[in-house]
Design a binder for this molecule. Sequence first.
Ligand code: NAD
Length: 252
Amino acid sequence: MIGPETTSRTALVTGASRGIGRATAVALAELGHQVAFCYSSDADGAAGTVAAVEAVGGKALAVCADVSDRASIESMFTEVEGAFGPVTILVNNAGITRDGLMMRMSDDNWSSVLDTNLTGAFQTIRRATPAMMKARWGRIVNVSSVGGQAGSAGQANYAAAKAGLLGLSRSVARELGSRHITCNVVAPGPIVTAMTEGMPDAWREKAEAAVPLGRFGTPDEVAAAIAFLCTDAAAYITGALLPVDGGLGMGH
Ligand code: NAD
């Protein structure tokens, strides 16, 4: 863990009722920030994240919101700003998969993944940046995936959305750099979460064998990279793609 920051800020993490999002909420609280987060439906999971943040001495606010719905994003920001003030740290972590071979992929499975994983990030960034510009300080981290660079058979929708996050992030980095707002991408490889536990055993064995470090990563290992990019110490890093993948994506 990196030490607490000198300034306590308001962070918003999307999709933090479990997995990487929950670990990120805790890591940001350990930096001394108040942490708001959203989740799609798992109220018990969200309560678990609040408890985990409070266990490290932090303050958390859970909001049930859908990042694929612009009105829901708007009301989430209104609630968060009302409770904690302007958001100057934004982590777009919410993500879903709807896997299937491209030739048989339904329009619905294509658009729901793009709407959540890519358009959702665009919407939250657009909503969050006026306050960051006013503060002349901001940190945005978008959670992509190793599949966004390498491609992933059976995940054309997911890989397209995750690759899109890089173009979005680098454009934001260029547009807002002069305001001391950074925008970076963290690209996890296979991580032990509900998302990968739902995959077939054969997939998991193959993925593990392909990782040079020989194992899946943990949510805490991804959260540490995300949290670092949100610190004052990371002020000169923007538009970067930081893999947290055990070496799986080397060369991409
Ligand atoms: P997870 O499935 O465990 O948790 C996803 C979270 O997102 C949940 O809190 C869920 O409520 C929330 N969410 C989903 N759709 C939402 C929506 N429309 N609105 C608001 N919240 C929504 O996921 P995870 O494994 O922790 O992954 C987190 C991120 O990391 C995702 O973007 C995922 O694509 C990415 N990632 C994960 C892995 C991995 O191996 N687990 C690998 C690479 C990238």
